[in-house]
Design a protein around this ligand. Structure first.
Ligand code: ACO
Length: 337
């Protein structure tokens, strides 16, 4: 069995923050941000939360697929910015959409998270353990950004995207997933207790207040140039590995939907592959880097914008913290035959 995407959905916060707004609170400029990243504005949560955006994206994807919440057997949410450590965002989504039969869990693979969610969903479907699966990427990275650090704060936006996968007869789909923990230090976000050496060991009678000395808000830290190099070097090889696996040539692919981290990264990957840059749609000018939500948000825009025709050949590719990266091949078959 194989999972086919039957519906897509997205939810973006109402509040728009453009580059000029950021230039008003930190030493940066619209020109610098556009030139180095391709980002013009981003959406940031105010009333919304990671859970509320995940719920809305899921509802839209279900509606688009014509699948009822009660038919969903599995909800996977990729997030590093859940409202709470416990319970998971996936369980909160289950409760709010009424997917009472679903098994639910979150996974953390940063900006590659949607690809890991997709591959996990396909594995459940192939094993016969699920027929209808919701895969969601939902992030509020604005809460994990140090707004005094101009090198990271300008990059990120909040949002959620979702797909509904339905099982039908077929082989396991072509997927390539990779991780390299040895290079994890180039992109990190600590726990609140990072400065105190990690989560404090609590023993009976110990003073919780004392144990929490040194605690502070966790922030995303990165070596931007190293991540840039990693993405532009690693992702083309991963896409070539995927194409070899599925016996397709680069020219046969209609669209490459890449994680929306930076326009220069996407363009650099297209150049290395010697692929037509017009096949690499981007929306990061509007939303910035929404981490694991970026690919499903882009997919939803293309779907609702009528840009995906039946039978189109798509490659999805993600990359990010871990380090982690991966790619998936799919043929767009949204309509039930
Ligand atoms: N505004 C103005 N100047 C800035 C800003 C800013 N927001 N940020 C940094 N600068 C300055 C630096 O201080 C530096 O000044 P200096 O030359 O006087 O020292 C100068 O601009 C150049 O800085 P670099 O870091 O060399 O700039 P670079 O061209 O590498 O661009 C960027 C930085 C945009 C972060 C780039 O490296 C990048 O996009 N890397 C990928 C990072 C990424 O995508 N991370 C997202 C998370 S991971 C993921 O999603 C895969």
């Amino acid at each position: 069995m194989v999972g086919v995407i039957r519906g897509t959905g997205a939810c973006l916060p109402e509040t728009i923050v453009d580059n000029e707004d950021l230039a008003g609170i930190m030493d940066t400029s619209d020109e610098w941000i556009r030139e180095r990243t391709g980002i013009a504005r981003r959406r940031l949560i105010r009333e919304e939360t990671t859970v509320s955006m995940a719920v809305r994206a899921a509802e839209r994807a279900l509606e688009d697929a014509g699948v009822g919440a009660e038919e969903i057997d599995l909800i996977l949410v990729s997030t590093v910015s859940s409202n709470t450590v416990l319970p998971s965002t996936a369980c909160a989504v289950q409760e709010q959409i009424g997917a009472d039969s679903a098994v639910c869990f979150d996974l953390n693979a940063a900006c590659t998270g949607f690809l890991f969610g997709l591959s996990t969903a396909q594995t459940y479907i192939y094993a016969g353990a699920a027929k209808h699966v919701l895969v969601i990427g939902a992030e509020s990275l604005s809460g994990l950004v140090n707004w005094e650090d101009r090198s990271t704060a300008i990059l990120f936006g909040d949002g959620a995207g979702a797909v509904v996968l339905c099982a039908r007869e077929g082989d396991f789909p072509p997927l390539v997933m990779h991780s390299d923990g040895g290079r994890g230090r180039v992109l990190t976000c600590g726990s609140p207790f990072e400065g105190a050496g990690g989560y404090p060991a609590q023993s009976p009678g110990s003073s919780a207040a004392k144990d929490r000395e040194g605690a502070r808000a966790p922030f995303i830290r990165m070596d931007g140039q190293e991540i840039f190099r990693f993405a532009v070097r690693q992702v083309p090889g991963c896409i070539e590995e995927l194409l070899e696996k599925c016996g397709r040539s680069l020219e046969e692919i209609d669209l490459f939907l890449l994680h929306q981290a930076n326009a220069r990264i996407v363009e650099g990957i297209a150049r290395r592959l010697r692929a037509d840059p017009a096949k690499f749609p981007m929306n990061l000018a509007e939303y910035g880097n929404t981490s694991s939500a970026s690919i499903p948000i882009l997919l939803d825009e293309l779907n609702r914008g009528g840009r995906l025709r039946e039978g189109m050949r798509l490659v999805l590719a993600g990359f990010g913290a871990g380090l982690s990266w991966g790619a998936a091949y799919l043929e767009w078959q949204k309509e039930r035959s």
